[in-house]
Each structure stands twice: as structure tokens, then as C-alpha cells.
Design a protein around this ligand. Structure first.
Ligand SMILES: [Zn+2]
Length: 164
């Protein structure tokens, strides 16, 4: 709960640059070693998801590409790209808040992180602070609509949590 609350705080920083508020952090030996938020709009990079940025930072801190004994906390269910990176980084524990019925790849649409055909599987826990996390995203889209930014393309993912 404590770490997910920190991930939600991290997610809020996305709003400063009009990115969907999604935050992630990695815990190693009870310590947060990396914490990042969604920067897709900021960097104009579709790969700049919070999970990817966090995984890259954590590997630098540890000095090893595999994040063994780490736990990844993220405020929204990871997509196919991030779920793939989680498997490749061999992260043993994934904890996410809200499910994503449109792009979620850890339970909703696919179960990449638990697929026995792959060479690594995660323990996955979901629903921790789910309401807070999805409310943050819903609120973001409500404000986007309010300032008439809908055409900007950011609203394309509106359905993510809006449909709940
Ligand atoms: Zn992703």
C-alpha cells in the first residue's frame, strides 16, 4: 500500500506535461531504487511508458540488466510492451493498481507476465489502490475535455478507464 501510494504520487507528475498520469517504481531490498512516470507526450516517444523508464533506471542503479529480487509497482496494468520488458528483465513481482481492459497485458487482454511458454513468469498482484489510480486518470481526461484539448490525440486513450 505504501509503495503504491508513492507510485500514485509519481503518476501525478505526468500531468505537468499533459501525459496520462501513470507512475511506476521499483523496490529492491525494501528500498525504492527507481521511480518514473509516463513521459510519452513530453518525449514524443511511444516507448516512454513509466514502467520502461523505471526498468532502465533500476538496471543502472543495480548495474545488472536482470532485476532479480525486485518488485515493480505501477498504477495501471502494463501494456504488451511493458509486460514484455518485465519478462525480459526477469522481475519476479509485479503489483499494479487499476486494470486496463483496453490495453492491459498482464491479465485483461493477455497474460504475458504469467505465460508458461515464456522463460520467465511473475507473481502478479492487482487491485492495490485501484480506485485512487483510476480516479486520477479519469480526472485527467475530464480536465483535458474541459480545456478543449481533445483533438490533440491525448484523448485517444480515454477509454482506458473511462469505460469503467
Ligand atoms: Zn506500457
Amino acid at each position: 500500500m505504501y509503495y503504491m501510494r508513492k507510485a500514485i504520487e509519481e503518476a501525478k507528475r505526468s500531468i505537468e506535461h499533459q501525459d496520462i498520469p501513470i507512475g511506476a517504481l521499483i523496490v529492491y531490498k525494501n528500498e525504492v531504487i527507481a521511480s518514473r512516470h509516463n513521459e510519452v507526450e513530453l518525449q514524443q516517444d511511444v516507448c516512454a511508458h513509466a514502467e520502461i523508464l523505471t526498468i532502465k533506471d533500476a538496471a543502472k542503479v543495480i548495474g545488472y540488466k536482470y532485476l532479480l529480487d525486485c518488485s515493480l509497482y505501477v498504477t495501471l496494468e502494463p501494456c504488451t510492451m511493458c509486460a514484455g520488458a518485465i519478462v525480459l528483465a526477469r522481475i519476479p513481482n509485479l503489483i499494479y493498481a487499476a486494470s486496463d481492459p483496453k490495453t492491459g497485458a498482464c491479465k485483461s487482454l493477455y497474460s504475458i507476465t504469467q505465460d508458461h511458454r515464456l522463460n520467465h513468469r511473475c507473481n502478479v498482484v492487482s487491485g492495490i489502490l485501484e480506485k485512487e489510480s483510476s480516479a486520477l486518470i479519469r480526472e485527467f481526461f475530464k480536465n483535458i475535455r474541459g480545456i478543449g484539448n481533445r483533438e490533440s490525440g491525448i484523448g485517444n486513450r480515454e477509454s482506458v478507464v473511462g469505460s469503467r
